[in-house]
Design a protein around this ligand. Structure first.
Ligand SMILES: [Zn+2]
Ligand SMILES: [Zn+2]
Length: 430
């Protein structure tokens, strides 16, 4: 019941958002005299682009939000969606670090897969075969805590190929990405063994690509016209990295977690969009996040980047759009972050929250929010499912199997119905 109410609340929230957006545009309409230059369009009714026309009571109008899978990605366009922007303690409003970068050539990349972010990914309803590449900035759980959920849940919901993971080495083998992913795989032994012989097996494999965290602007990925480079970040221990993606004359930079550093200063230059952490302001860390003053100063300004320092970094690299994340973005905290950043930076700025969308082309960067349906089911599989080999099934012991109640009489009608509907001849287990 509780979850039904929550779902209903979510749906009502989305409807309310839609109505508010509608009212906003209606008010705009009323306040301006007709005829009105047509608003920038992103959907199909664009035959009058650039022309002056009257709004119609029956024709569709461009949307001021992004509805997943409702817009084509143009061949020269990048689309970035924030699937996590907050802190290690994921909360309903903000999961931990995760960024989906979609390119007009069809490639999609996930940068970080922090705790709670898999839920945001599911809201976008992208076929999981398209979400097979993850780049980790470092191995804090707020940057890779949902890797298991994407790995197993993605395979169950249509990823019919291995999940590919890129990440840095550490100063010892045990602190590297390969060690972490190999041991995550071991931790999932019971889960994966229990799926053998039951579901399409092809997605339950991990490919790990570990690279030297000390590489300076080194190429770590180059396929299909896309070049991804890494350089060291300074955060907690040796190991963290930042990334850039260059494709089709556009450059995207994801800093991960880092203290301001000379490599970001050099290699993030000329970015069309640059993400860098900007931590919770120290006074809010003490009063709202319950840090001691000592650890707030240390964590908020030395391990991470304070908003004033974020501004200094962006003033030096001058991206077309600077994106600040890694803080709880609320009505009573965002002002402090904004004002502190504005002490040192006056360029284009997004204070990130979950479900933001940036459409990036050479000419324009458009920023909106995603409007989504909470009642999402898995997206379509892009290839035909492969039936599992039942002989791979690991059986119950006789003791546990012997505890099954006989419910064959009530289950048989289900088999009869499905066998008839799909022309198959499945039988109940003995
Ligand atoms: Zn971290
Ligand atoms: Zn972090």
């Amino acid at each position: 019941m509780t979850s039904r109410i929550r779902n209903l609340t979510g749906v009502l929230g989305i409807l309310a958002l839609g109505i508010l957006i509608g009212l906003y545009f209606r008010d705009e309409l009323v306040s301006e005299s007709l005829p009105i230059a047509k608003a920038q369009t992103t959907n199909s009714s664009s035959e009058n682009d650039g022309a002056v026309e009257r709004y119609s009571p029956v024709r569709s109008r461009s949307r001021d939000f992004y509805a997943p899978n409702s817009e084509d990605l143009k061949p020269d366009e990048m689309r970035l969606i924030s699937c996590g922007t907050g802190m290690p303690t994921a909360r309903p409003k903000q999961a931990a670090s995760c960024w989906l970068l979609e390119l007009g050539n069809g490639d999609k990349f996930l940068f970080d897969i922090g705790t709670g972010s898999n839920e945001r990914i599911s809201a976008l309803q992208i076929p999981y075969n398209f979400l097979d590449k993850v780049f980790l900035s470092h191995l804090h759980t707020d940057h890779f805590g949902d890797l298991d959920a994407l790995f197993v849940g993605g395979a169950l919901s249509g990823r019919q190929k291995p999940l590919r993971v890129w990440g840095p080495s550490g100063d010892t083998p045990e602190r590297g990405t390969k060690y972490a992913v190999d041991h995550l795989r071991k931790a999932l032994t019971w889960d994966l063994d229990g799926r053998k012989g039951i579901t399409d097996p092809r997605g339950y494999f991990l490919e790990v690509n570990e690279f030297d965290y000390r590489g300076k602007n080194q190429v770590v990925y180059q396929e299909n016209g896309v070049t991804i480079r890494s350089w060291p970040a300074i955060h907690s221990l040796d190991g963290p990295v930042s990334y850039s993606v260059e494709w089709n004359g556009l450059k995207f930079v994801f800093g991960g977690d880092t203290f301001p550093n000379k490599w970001y200063d050099e290699y993030a230059k000329n970015a069309d969009l640059a993400i860098h952490e900007s931590f919770i302001a120290v006074p809010d860390m003490i009063t709202k996040f319950k840090f001691t003053p000592q650890s707030a100063l240390s964590v908020g300004t030395q391990i991470h980047t304070a908003p004033e320092a974020f501004g200094k970094v962006m003033s030096r690299i001058k991206p077309r759009m600077a994106v600040a994340y890694h803080f709880f973005n609320d009505f009573d905290t965002s002002h402090a972050i904004y004002e502190r950043i504005r002490k040192t930076y006056d360029g284009p700025l997004s204070l990130a929250q979950d479900y933001m969308v940036w459409n990036i082309t050479k000419d324009d960067i458009r920023v909106r929010l995603v409007a989504f349906n909470e009642d999402v089911w898995p997206p379509p599989a892009t290839e035909k499912p492969q039936l599992p080999d039942p002989s791979e099934r690991i059986p119950y012991s006789d003791e546990i199997s012997g505890g099954r109640l006989d419910v064959k009489d009530v289950i048989q009608p289900i088999y009869d119905e499905i066998n008839k509907q799909y022309g198959i001849n499945e039988k109940q287990e003995d």
